[in-house]
Design a protein around this ligand. Structure first.
Ligand code: PHB
Length: 395
């Protein structure tokens, strides 16, 4: 029999200490519900993994409600619109004018750091760098076991287990007989960080005959950019010069726009797919974020969707554990999935509208330009984009 060097009793065991797991842990703590968070990654690994950088209006509101908004409000940048660029011309989508909302440029790694610091401050039980995590008996008496960095075994017993353990979730496989929906795409994103000043005040989403490109930002001296590439592309084959030449030709146009260049300090190829698992609950196990769904990165919905799950999850858990509302957990999948499918559509739509499909026909190229022209010349079309991008309100 395994002997455990520690055995902890808590109300909610949270597998996954990224932004979703930590945000849940924080909201529960504010409501007076204890939790323990475990993650097989180290704090350093999470902090240095680059993810998207756009927060929807209600994601910022969630950080405000969780009491961790000081930095996002001080250091984040409010973006009141984006540029859609095609045919070599930029078209601004003015979010404030169309829907009276903005989004915030604030990297996911900073959201992680803020939530982590807040949980440490309020005495949260966070355990990083663990291995061999396993969840047992999630329908009756949930138990989570793992090994620490020294190989010693630990046990956590809880009333509920939340799987916020990302796209390689171990928790999702515990759901009995799930439906799984996939979509693969015949391309990926080549992502870079470059030491350069911003090339534009807001993000630029570009469709060009050479493929998609996205010009995002990080700080006044570091910029984040992406361009569509083959899923098999090897970053080592791309010199700085080759990367800049590719980005410049995708952004070029009759207005003479050119990116500001600088040394490239990070490059990687990002996977690209759509995935949903349903239901998001089985017994006393509930899934949140990438454990239950993945979106392609166009439109930056991944973190926002995870935080929206967490908002619903905190509500159903508080009702179940503090008010003995037995039906609360039953409502989780339906409540969460409605937004998940809206975001799936939005991300798919932004992706297919802006990317070049390999071996496409002239018909499809011109149809795509027709769609973009309709969008930017129609207030209804632009409003649909503005609404989805800044985010549908949390309920
Ligand atoms: C980013 O800044 O990393 C980013 C922004 C917008 C996206 C995706 C990624 O749609």
């Amino acid at each position: 029999m395994t002997s455990y060097v520690s055995s902890t009793r808590t109300r909610v065991a949270i597998v996954g200490g990224g932004p979703a797991g930590l945000a849940l842990s924080r909201l529960l703590s504010v409501a007076g519900v204890d939790s323990v968070v475990i993650d097989n990654r180290t704090h350093h690994e999470i902090e240095t993994t680059h993810r998207a950088g756009i927060l929807e209006r209600d994601s910022v509101r969630l950080l405000l409600d969780a009491g961790v908004s000081d930095r996002v409000l001080r250091d984040g940048h409010e973006h009141q619109g984006i540029d859609l660029r095609f045919g070599g011309v930029s078209h601004r989508i003015d979010f404030q004018k169309l829907v009276g909302a903005s989004c915030w440029l604030y990297p996911q790694t900073d959201v992680f750091l803020d939530l982590h610091a807040a949980r440490i401050r309020d005495g949260g039980d966070l355990r990083y760098g663990i291995s061999d995590a396993a969840v047992t008996d999630h329908r009756e008496a949930p138990r989570v076991t793992y090994s620490d960095a020294n190989g010693a075994h630990h046990e956590i017993t809880a009333e509920l287990v939340v799987g916020a353990d990302g796209s390689r979730s171990i928790c999702r496989d515990l759901v009995d007989n799930p439906q799984r929906y996939f979509r693969e795409y015949p391309f990926a994103w080549f992502g870079i960080l470059a030491e350069a000043p911003p090339s534009a005040p807001e993000l630029i989403y570009t469709r060009s005959p050479h493929g998609f490109a996205l010009i995002s930002q990080r700080t006044p001296t570091v910029q984040r950019m992406y361009f569509q590439c083959a899923p098999t592309e090897n970053p080592a084959d791309w010199s700085d010069d080759r990367i800049w030449a590719e980005l410049q030709r995708r952004l070029a146009g009759s207005d003479g726009f050119a990116l500001k260049e600088g040394p490239i300090i990070q490059k990687s190829v990002l996977p690209f797919r759509s995935f949903v698992q349903s239901p998001m609950r089985d017994g006393n196990l509930l899934l949140a974020g990438d454990a239950a769904h993945t979106v392609p990165p166009t439109g930056a919905k991944g973190l926002n969707l995870a935080l929206a799950d967490v908002r619903v999850l905190a509500d159903v858990i508080e009702r179940a554990l503090l008010k003995n509302d037995d039906d609360a957990l039953d409502s989780y999948t339906t409540r969460a999935l409605e937004r998940v499918w809206k975001a799936q559509h939005f991300s798919y739509w932004m992706t297919t509208m802006l990317h070049r499909i390999p071996d496409t026909t002239d018909f499809d190229e011109l149809r795509q330009l027709g769609e973009l022209t309709t969008l930017v010349s129609s207030e209804a079309g632009s409003t649909y984009l503005a609404e989805g991008y800044t985010g549908w309100p949390h309920h």
